[in-house]
Design a protein around this ligand. Structure first.
Ligand SMILES: Cc1ncc(COP(=O)(O)O)c(C=O)c1O
Length: 446
């Protein structure tokens, strides 16, 4: 603490997705960040092993983005989003459309991944209704999927702990695909998609769709790689087959790329990595390098055309949806600068080349350690799965997370999974450091 600084008053902030009581026993407070490192309030350096929850792909405190934000603040700080556009929002949307695959050309902005999820679900309903198929109201998510915390995203999401308390408030017509994981034959996945003997989507075709009748299903939403659950990787052909099933039945396919978008897989989007084009693609996080909150949905031309080009009178709003901060000029300036930076520094390719370095390090240092029951790496991310302790699910993961932090590395615990997903600018020695600290922590406290 500097001479003129007041001690922090910790009583008023309710922390999200945090065990608040335990936090207050030993508060963890960041005060600065640069490149791959945070500085804590007591002056410790912490290596950011998770690009701050998958946000900071280009590393912290990038001059190019900061300057663009500063310049925008001095030019157009904010302007209303309804009935007006702003020049930065058009520019950002154009760049996103250029980056997105195929005919995903129309961008709807919001401010988070949760809002992106709800926006995409509402867009699906509006699309079907505009085409005279308003009966299509069933949504299908996937067990252990994460689509944020809005009522829509939570309903199609499949992480039990996030749903438990809010049961009565779920959307009524939702079903879930089975989770994509084979812990017996494919506990260890190293940089390649596993080949499942079983057809994982048979249940969708034989049970779920007949149950609701496919003609009533509006959309299926999945994360191409299940990020928040702990980096669970789909088997070969899974997403292609999902695309075919959706096409066969006129169901929209939504990829939630809040984590996988903007380079995590070494490609602009996971859609490119897997060679599957969704009808809508949700994004957030890395789009602004985490600097200013932003999310959005990129949809195919046909969805926009169906909703917007109707017989409604000229003054009528075609899609009654939007946020005060949709297309916020400062967020859009950050997005434009981020996308330029990702391109100028070839950071997608860099993520692609550092991915195997991370995968190799994690598999070689951690496989075989006590309580390790799986390791999965793909793109520039890896997860180590521990067996749950008899003190309860998640306890072991949390203990390892705290121990890593004590030793200067931020990892993510998702239940008993420990996830590493560094910024794309990560260097090999930093990967070695984070993997070593994780390995030692598992030995010490797991
Ligand atoms: C796939 C996915 N969708 C949605 C979200 C929610 O994003 P936000 O926290 O910005 O609302 C997340 C957050 O991690 C995510 O991983």
């Amino acid at each position: 603490m500097g001479a003129n600084e007041m001690p922090l008053q910790l009583d008023n902030l309710w922390l999200p997705f945090t065990p608040n009581r335990d936090f207050h026993q030993a508060p963890r407070v960041f005060k600065a960040a640069s490149g791959m490192y945070f500085t804590t309030d007591d002056g410790q350096q912490v290596l950011d092993g998770i690009s701050s929850l998958w946000c900071v792909g280009a590393g912290h405190n990038r001059r190019e983005i900061n300057e663009a934000v500063h310049k925008q603040l001095q030019t157009l700080d904010y302007s209303t989003a309804f009935q007006f556009g702003n020049d930065r929002a058009f520019e950002a949307a154009h760049m996103l459309a250029q980056l997105a695959p195929a005919d995903l050309n129309k961008v709807f902005f919001c401010t988070s991944g949760s809002e992106a999820a709800d926006t995409s679900l509402k867009m699906a309903l509006a699309y079907h209704r505009a085409r005279g198929q308003g009966h299509r109201q069933v949504f299908i998510g996937r067990e252990r999927g994460y689509h944020g915390v809005g009522f829509g995203g939570m309903s199609v999401g499949g992480i039990g702990g996030n749903r438990k308390v809010f049961g009565a408030a779920m959307l009524p017509k939702v079903d879930h695909l089975r989770f994509i994981h084979d812990p017996h034959k494919h506990a260890y996945v190293k940089g390649e998609l596993p080949v499942f003997e079983e057809d994982w989507l048979l249940e969708l075709e034989n049970r779920i769709l007949p149950l609701h009748d496919a003609s009533n299903v509006a959309a299926i939403i999945v994360e191409p790689v299940a990020g928040s659950a702990g980096w669970y990787i789909p088997p070969q052909g899974y997403l292609q087959r999902l695309r075919q099933i959706c096409d066969k039945h006129g169901i929209l396919l939504i990829f939630d790329e809040v984590i996988t978008g903007f380079g995590r897989m070494g490609t602009p989007f996971a859609a490119d990595y897997f060679g599957v084009v969704p009808d809508m693609l949700n994004f957030a996080k890395c789009v602004t390098n985490g600097v200013i909150p932003m999310g959005g949905v990129i949809c195919r031309d046909a969805i926009y055309e169906a909703v917007v080009h109707t017989e409604s009178p000229a003054h009528a709003i075609e899609f009654s949806h939007g946020y005060t901060y949709s297309g916020h000029p400062v967020a859009c300036a950050a997005a434009v600068a981020t996308m330029k930076l990702l391109a100028d520094d070839a950071l997608f390719a860099r993520a692609g080349s550092m991915g195997p370095v991370l995968g190799h390090a994690v598999h070689s240092a951690i496989r075989g350690l006590p309580h390790v029951v799986g390791i999965r790496s793909l793109g520039l991310a890896a997860a180590v799965e521990l067996s749950p302790s008899d003190k309860g699910a998640g306890q072991r993961g949390y203990a390892v997370f705290l121990d890593c932090l004590k030793h200067g590395v931020l990892v993510r615990s998702a239940g008993d999974n420990l996830v590493l997903a560094p910024a794309y600018v990560v260097e090999k020695p930093q990967i070695e450091q984070m993997v070593d600290v994780l390995a030692q922590a598992i030995k010490r406290v797991a």
